[in-house]
Design a protein around this ligand. Structure first.
Ligand SMILES: [Zn+2]
Ligand SMILES: [Zn+2]
Ligand SMILES: [Zn+2]
Length: 147
């Protein structure tokens, strides 16, 4: 059982900060710890609420840093609300269930070739893409057929 003090996300984040010569502050650690304790995806606001003693700007700045370093990914909900979740790292997409709100990672993306082809007809060179998929997860789908 990992103890509270040795969560892998917290440890990796602190190690990466050190590598990059960022100042290791107690606040950064506190934010990373709160992130590690969030269940699935969360808003920056929820994180602020979990950290009443940390200023909002500091929370937002650290969330941005965690995204840049690949520890968190942005998850755009169907209603346009931006959430965050601990990242799988590397390129991937999210399968977001609009019934229960659960988000799963979709790895092994093969959209890039297709998107490149489509965009090239308009003379556009694709450098990257973001795609979120909305629908019904397996659990919700089986509950729907059962009832
Ligand atoms: Zn992700
Ligand atoms: Zn679901
Ligand atoms: Zn992709």
């Amino acid at each position: 059982m990992p103890t509270k003090a040795h969560h892998p996300l917290v440890e990796d984040f602190l190690a990466r900060l050190e590598e990059k010569d960022y100042r290791h502050t107690g606040t950064r650690e506190e934010v990373a710890r709160a992130v590690a304790q969030q269940g699935s995806h969360f808003t920056a606001e929820a994180l602020c609420e979990a950290l009443p003693r940390v200023g909002r700007a500091t929370v937002y700045r650290n969330v941005k840093l965690l995204v840049e370093m690949g520890f968190l990914c942005r998850v755009l909900m169907e209603d346009g609300e931006l959430h965050y979740q601990v990242s799988h790292k590397g390129h991937h997409h999210h399968l977001i269930c609009t019934y229960c709100g659960q988000s799963q990672d979709l790895l092994n993306c093969d959209f890039q070739g297709l998107l490149k082809e489509k965009a090239s007809t308009q003379g556009f060179e694709v450098e990257g893409h973001t795609v979120e998929l909305y629908g019904r997860c397996r659990t919700c789908a089986s509950e729907a057929t059962a009832s």
